[in-house]
Write a protein that binds this ligand. Structure first.
Ligand code: SAM
Length: 251
């Protein structure tokens, strides 16, 4: 039976083997350091790579994710005891509790158009005055799905214990900015697991409009991890930095 990639311990192990520290993590650490942000929320923290690094850098970090297997893996990592791990999603967020909310690894694309405005409003409520929202979303102009659709050669992933897993991806063509893909994973004991993911690709104007409608001012949007303008990076990203809009003063 197909399962979510972050809900199966074996797939979580494969995910971690394929997703080591990268440029994007350096970008988020540097963006976080631009302003004072003692209290940080990592929304959709997955297996906690960035949350643990931010806690080690001295921030008070909360990691929220609905996937139990991902959080279990996060809790087992060195330094995990410095992070407050909360299973769940927007429903577990306290009000005005954070100075910065990060949403990394394209978590934003996992919300459909019905969910997205409510998620943004909930993140806005969880931020204190002047708080920042920082997230990434793949630029539809970068056509990332073309790499997933093309007959993908099977790749071999080596797990920390030495076991190898054969993995491949099948994606559908985008329709109305939505791409679905299946990840297939074949283990040496004969087990084959499949994960299904659906991603929404929003354009820069769509992202700006939705973020502003939720009560933020968009500060900057970058197109790549070296802070290139939108459309000028092979990364094909839309990296949004937004600030909670000040509430109008009452007389
Ligand atoms: C590609 S991973 C990114 C994990 C991590 N942020 C990173 O950069 O490695 C996407 C994560 O989004 C989480 N996610 C999916 N639906 C969510 C929701 N409704 N609320 C919060 N997180 C969610 C998944 O469980 C998964 O851990």
């Amino acid at each position: 039976m197909p399962r979510g990639e972050f809900e199966d311990p074996r797939l979580v192990e494969v995910h971690d083997a394929e997703n080591l520290w990268g440029w994007e993590d350096d970008f988020f650490m540097a963006a976080l350091a631009e302003r004072s942000a003692p209290r940080v929320l990592d929304f959709g923290c997955g297996t906690g790579r960035l949350a643990i690094a931010m806690a080690a850098a001295g921030h008070e970090v909360t990691g929220v994710d609905p996937a139990r297997a991902a959080l279990d893996a996060a809790r087992r990592k060195p330094g995990a005891e410095r992070v407050c791990w909360l299973p769940g999603s927007v429903e577990v967020l306290p009000a005005r509790a954070y100075d910065t909310v990060l949403m990394t690894g394209h978590v934003a694309q996992r919300f459909d158009d019905r969910e997205w405005p409510a998620v943004l409003r909930a993140l806005r409520r969880s931020l204190d005055r002047g708080g920042r929202l920082i997230f990434d979303s793949r630029d539809p102009a970068g056509r990332h799905w073309a790499r997933w659709i093309s007959p993908d050669p099977r790749r071999t992933v080596t797990l920390p214990g030495g076991e190898t897993v054969t993995a491949w991806t099948e994606a559908t063509s985008p329709a109305a900015g939505v791409v679905s893909y299946a990840g297939h994973y074949q283990f040496l004991d004969g087990t084959e697991l499949t994960s299904d993911t659906t991603l929404r690709f929003r354009s820069e104007p769509e992202l700006r409009r939705s973020v502003e409608a939720a009560g933020f001012d968009v500060d900057r949007v970058y197109g790549g991890w070296a802070r290139e303008p939108v459309g000028l990076s092979e990364d094909g990203e839309l990296i949004v930095l937004a600030v909670v809009r000040p509430e109008p003063r009452t007389a």
